[in-house]
Ligand binder design. Sequence first.
Ligand code: BGC
Length: 768
Amino acid sequence: MDYLCDMNLKNITIALAATLFVAACAPKSDMDKYIADLMSRMTLEQKIGQLNLHSAPGFISAIRVTEEDENVKLLRAGQLGGLYGTGNTEYIRDIQQIALESGAGIPLIIGMDVIHGFQTVFPVPLALSTSWNMDLVEQTARIAATEATAAGINWVFSPMVDICRDARWGRIVEGGGEDPYLGGELAKAYVRGYQGTDGVYDDHDVMVCVKHYALYGGAEAGRDYNSVFLSRQEALNGYMRPYQQAAYAGAASYMSSFNEFEGIPASMNKYLMDDLLRKEWGFDGFIVSDATAIAEEVNHGIGDLPEVSARSLQAGLDMDMNSDGYVGTLQKSLAEGRVTEADIDKACRRILEAKYKLGLFENPFKYLDATRSVKEIYTPEHLAFARKAAQESMVLLKNNGVLPLSKNLRIAVVGPLAQNAAAMAGAWSMSAHNDECVTPLQGISEVARVTSAEGSWLFKDKELEESVRYGLYKIFMPGYQAPDIHTVPQERLIAEAVAKARQADVVVACVGEIETLNGEGASRTDISIPDAQKELLKALKATGKPIVMLLVTGRPLTLTWEDTEMDAILNVWSPGSEGGHAIADVLFGDVNPSAKLTTSFPRNVGQLPLYYNHKNTGRPHPDDKPYQKFVSCYIDEINAPLYPFGYGLSYTTYSYSPVTLSASEMPMDGSVTASVTVTNTGSRSGDEIVQLYIHDVYATSTRPVKELKGFRKVHLEPGASTQVEFTLTKEELSYYNHDLQWVCEPGDFEIMVGPNCRDTEGATLRVQ
Ligand code: BGC
């Protein structure tokens, strides 16, 4: 409990919850005694060995343990504390056995990138965030935990909670979008889902690893791994909340990020790890580096491997993923006085505590019940939930009335992504049944009369397409022979699709990003629909047939032409195992779409970074007004995004009453209720996501033009109304001021409610 002394009063309730979680996990005195005793019997080398994390051979394809296996050699030498990157249960069982027979006999912690499902794949995290349904998100994490633990995994490298304002960054797909408040709610939901809520790790609970700490999503120019240039104040206000909320929710571990912050790589950044995460937020778990991040600090220009390893350890980084910096240099650094034995002990103890809390000392095979892997993975129930999650994560961006489709129509389903199962699975689905994901063509064919055609290549540039499609395989599968592509000329593909379109009543064109066009190491400077596919859309448009564009993507794209020319645009993202079924459910109106964007969609890549919660500037210019000299705008594009944060259409319509406040003045320690009546004015039942924003009119530091501070998802039958209420206290009105204090400053606040960040109406609240 001593860490509570360092906390602000405002955080005490949440911190208490986290403390109770930890306390319930393991009676601290028993754990302390056990670990002190264990460590007293460990050699220095064995202690350093606990700080070492390696990937399984072949990363994803570990089949059998052999004595030639590099990890086995390390284990036998007492130099391995954990392993990640395999869901192969027999392999895990065998290597765990070797761990018990080697050195101090300490079981391994087994990690894995379980990001949006394990074998059952859910929509990519950015898509899931557009459901604004925290129970749904929690349940996807719960199912992923059930499946992962049934395969022997006890630690997942999730949730990824990096805020991102720049769609060029491919890893925007892995997070919850651009808003720190929503990001915080998502972080808590994921932690609850993975770790469970009863404070004890039973055999269906995994430890989370919150990543990438910190500010990885702020990469300059959206280029992956790039430097981050943010002030502490902006970092705290705009980016940190999700990491902080995860700590308060009891997250067990964090992964340090690749980027630098304030000139210091995050993986050796004492301010981030020790001062903020541990001392201020009360986190008491362990921190692992991202893969080879310690070794990369040499490239950052900090020093050689011994130097950067020593500095990382001293800054509070406990575990080294794949750099061999700790096992390779710390003994010598200790002898030279660069680190102390206490530094090593501290990190070792944190890792042993995690293993203790997981129950691995009591039963190293706790997560290796062979019967579970048969019964609890990729079940019909899990797949049914994947379908529901996909239904709730599809954003209707445009509809001129063509949707929903009648099942009696003749439909031409065309486009290179219409039959691409892996594109449904999305960026992080290494353990998934990718080939079995239901494609759009399959889903639509099950309910309607369909013809189909591939329609186009992905890119006109063959080399580019090859490297996007097969680059990853070439890295992880030595000797991999990529299939030949562009074997059928693009003109022929287009002509076939056009012929099918001409005979149909409506065209469903499935285009966008395959799963390798976003994710790690997949930044783009041009975020439009790739050229070959755009050519297809233009040819289809020339037929005069109504076109529904199904957008498969992991990031916002620039869709100004499509928004004008297509009759409807349904953003289905990478929707997971049951994607094709969920697509059909929405297209034919069996499900009314309700998702709303959590990232702004720019009109033009030149607008990036683009985010709704920006500052006003001294020369503001209305978002929708054309160019004007000497104000903050562009000559060739308006400031507004094409689709704003919070935006998404439905097959019904809603009206909002003006906002009323229970009082127009609020004492600093009081509260006020903001209410609005929402009515379903259309003819279908639906779910509406009602959003509350605030604006601090005058503050001692500049404040964003709008900030999300609450949301509710309400179900409404046609004609029905409901009153939606939000309670506001000084907590929602506070921010980190210039001195980095969390303050609510007296004065006027605009309190706004609406269906998205653009179309809000508000009332003024005076706080005193
Ligand atoms: C990624 C992490 C991931 C790790 C292990 C890194 O390259 O940045 O998100 O967890 O690899 O696979």
